[in-house]
Design a protein around this ligand. Sequence first.
Ligand code: PEP
Ligand code: MN
Length: 278
Amino acid sequence: MSAGLPDLGVLRVGWPGYESPGTTHVVRVAGVQIGGATTTIIAGPCAVETFEQTLAVARAVREAGGDLLRGGAFKPRTNPHSFQGLGREGLRILAEVRRLTGLPVVTEALDPRQVEEVAAHADMIQVGSRSMQNFPLLTEVGHAGKPVLLKRGWASTLEEWLCAAEYVLEAGNRDIVLCERGVRTGCNGGYAASVLDLNVLEAVRAATPLPVLVDPSHAAGHWTRVAPLARAALAAGAHGLLVEVVEEGADRSRLRSDAEQGVPPAVLRGIVRARVHA
Ligand code: PEP
Ligand code: MN
């Protein structure tokens, strides 16, 4: 056991004997590999707001060399009066943008009742930070027959995160990709959304063969801080990144979700180039 790791007891996410220590379980999302020696870039808008915006961002992602398109149709919002996402219409937009760009799609399911429909439109189902311990949701996505992107709860320990993965695994789905997105510490005085826990990457890699990505965007909270965190994440052993992107020349005042943190396409291009040198 690596220093400081929790005792995972009977957890199958440790998969004793399944793969040797240090190897990764490779997850394939519509032909795109996550894990192993590759570095995978998932990028796109925070929320699907319009067809035109989603297509413009997706084209920028493809041109930058991104592998998968992300974008929320069902958005978990703190304030019930905030934009909640386009819902089903957002799923239809994502499927159409995939058809036009060829980029496979990752999108979030918030509620077990949405899982079937999300799985019908998306190539990978995201479970968000706020939902990491929604156990019925975890079981439902485990049954959905699509790879799962499991974000870390912003106040969750490594053990709780791996237990959440275990729910998906217990439902019969081992195609799980973990994603660190920052934890709340109360120490950063409000300058950033969260503290990105890069320390956890080595511990995750020692504990489980599941691939682990890093989302620098939700930790940074502002686009100017995203590229340095992305480089640090790859240097610290992430199997890839999840990055929010805005379209070229976007009017941020009109964006309805995470308006300040999406990087412009030129910054995304720099991040993708950096992966080659990581
Ligand atoms: C997101 O990816 O858009 C999101 C809401 O992230 P998190 O669940 O990490 O806050
Ligand atoms: Mn977001």
